[in-house]
Write a protein that binds this ligand. Structure first.
Ligand SMILES: Nc1ncnc2c1ncn2[C@@H]1O[C@H](COP(=O)(O)OP(=O)(O)OP(=O)(O)O)[C@@H](O)[C@H]1O
Ligand SMILES: [Mg+2]
Length: 510
């Protein structure tokens, strides 16, 4: 007998519907699974057999063939277990096929028939078409996450027995309240454990980070050890505008695929902050593996990617960052599939002025030779630093001075200014792919960065004095645009250019 059930599979963060066809025919007891399954899917045979038996149903001792269609998409993971088990029970006459039409099943079975949670439920559920899917059945632990997709009715199930009894009309199951998504969104409050108020002094660095947040600019923090670079960088995500529900869902999908969602709060509401160690490989940073997983750049999507001790990263890692920084999307190609993950992040790099860290420090002597200093700075030069808009010097503060300084402005106050500035930019770039000044294209640069006469003169002299490259000039203009926007000025004046020049002061080092 033939039976059909429905499930879905993931390619990157895109889900695709999969039809599970089960045929039971006379012959020696065999179990074949076809349709480009990977190892975890092939192992479903053993799990499903044990789960059906241990749930008190009869496992047919005939020839069973399971086909996962379409056969040209690679199926991975253990989420097909439930659909395969339901298909076998329908084909063996335990459940009527009519009851299964329009139902989708996702979930891993344990040998006793209970359901285990699986990764990627949100993108899987989001991909379902409500016209084809009447109800979606997922493990109870994944139910709220699936309901966030807000497109189909979702049931959380504890065991195979419960689901069979429900399909037979002998047990009642209640769908998850999909309105919960809105409640989650409404009650959403970013709850960062860090705050800018903790940083004493360092006003100029804080101002620069405010500009970076307001215009989505990449940042390089440059200063001696212990001056507060890491402390400042960690607080950048607290002043970025709070995420919209769409942004939260985008981030949640990536974390769901990576299996990094916290089980108690499936919707990620805080902007991510990722700080991979400098020993990270290129695959760890941009994503990879036989079946490509999202890398650090994608896990930092809509948030901050922090590269501490920047010159210590391998040249290959820094080179691989160039393309994702430009395109905001990373595509990983393998023999059987090409998978794309979004990666729109703000890059924050931090470095010391020299290997020992004390070069230029008035309180400590530097023990490096000029050659060592040159070599260290050279490592950080090149195409990646070229993509950084703001170079911020973070000087070392004396301990007695730090204690005398009062607490700084809280993140919430800075964030409200940043949000006003972002609103202005959204209005300006409406209908284009640009979201903030940092991502302006050449035409927009020409259109929105007209300078007053004085500003033009100042820019020209800076160009000569610092030997700025054309790319450096473009970056300077973008930053000046953001500074003017923070003031609510439509025209870029000389003091905006003046401040922007201040953030290119390290060009001479590289
Ligand atoms: N401006 C400041 N206000 C309050 N605390 C500070 C400040 N600067 C530094 N600190 C304290 O010093 C500690 C060390 O700072 P942090 O780790 O950010 O330094 P760093 O510049 O990243 O050093 P390294 O180059 O060694 O990585 C912080 O955890 C914080 O407690
Ligand atoms: Mg540090």
């Amino acid at each position: 007998m033939l039976a059909k059930t429905n499930s879905c599979t993931l390619l990157g963060i895109e889900g695709y519907a999969v039809e599970v066809e089960v045929d039971i025919s006379l012959g020696l007891p065999e179990f074949h699974l076809v349709g480009l399954p990977d190892t975890a899917v092939r192992e479903a045979k053993d799990r499903v057999r044990a789960a059906i038996k241990n749930s008190g149903f009869t496992f047919p001792s005939q020839r069973i063939t399971v086909n996962l269609a379409p056969a040209d998409i690679r199926k991975e993971g253990s989420m097909f277990d439930l659909a395969i088990a339901m298909g076998i029970l329908a084909a063996s006459g335990e459940i009527s096929q009519d009851k299964l039409n329009g139902l989708f099943f996702l979930g891993e079975l344990s040998l006793d028939g209970s359901l285990r949670s699986v990764n990627g439920i949100l993108p899987l559920a989001s991909s379902l078409n409500p016209k084809e899917c009447r109800h979606l059945f997922v493990p109870a632990a994944n139910a709220v996450e699936a309901a966030l997709a807000n497109n189909v009715s979702v049931f959380g199930v504890d065991s195979l027995t419960d689901l069979v009894l429900f399909c037979k009309g002998e047990k009642e199951l209640v769908p998850v309240d999909v309105k919960r998504t809105d409640q989650l969104a409404l009650g959403k409050k970013s709850n960062y454990s860090e705050d800018f108020a903790d940083v004493r002094g360092q006003e100029s660095a804080k101002r620069a980070l405010e500009i970076a947040a307001a215009g989505n600019h990449n940042v390089l923090l440059y200063g001696p050890p212990g001056s507060g670079k890491t402390m400042l960088a960690r607080r950048l995500s607290t002043i970025l505008p709070s995420m919209s529900l769409e942004e939260s869902l985008e981030v949640t999908k990536i974390y769901s695929v990576a299996g990094l969602l916290p089980s108690d709060s499936p919707l990620i509401m805080e902007r991510p902050f990722r700080s991979p160690h400098h020993s990270a490989t290129a695959a760890g940073i941009v994503g990879g593996g036989r079946i490509p997983r999202p890398g650090e750049v994608s896990l930092a999507h809509n948030g901050v990617l922090f590269l501490d001790e920047f010159p210590e990263y391998s040249r290959q890692v820094l080179e691989t960052l160039r393309q994702p920084l430009e395109d905001k999307i990373v595509t990983i190609t393998r023999a059987n599939a090409s998978i794309s993950y979004p990666c729109n992040f703000t890059l924050v790099a931090a470095m010391n002025p020299c290997p020992c860290g004390n070069y230029g420090n008035p309180f400590k002597e530097c023990s490096c030779t000029p050659t060592q200093i040159k070599k260290y700075n050279q490592k950080a030069s090149g195409p990646l630093v070229d993509r950084i808009d703001l170079q911020i010097e973070v000087p070392s503060l004396e301990i007695d001075k730090i204690n005398k300084l009062s607490r700084g402005e809280p993140s919430a106050v800075i964030r409200s200014r940043v949000e006003d500035c972002r609103r202005l930019q959204r209005e300006r770039y409406k209908g284009t792919a640009t979201t903030a000044n940092g991502n302006m294209n050449a035409q927009q640069l020409k259109k929105y960065c007209s300078l007053s006469k004085d500003a033009e003169k100042l820019l020209f002299s800076a160009f000569k004095h610092y030997g700025l490259s054309m790319r450096g000039r473009t970056k300077l203009l973008k930053v000046a645009r953001t500074i003017a926007d923070l003031e609510g000025e439509t025209k870029i004046c000389s003091h905006h250019i003046g401040e922007a020049i201040h953030y290119r002061c390290l060009d001479k080092h590289f």
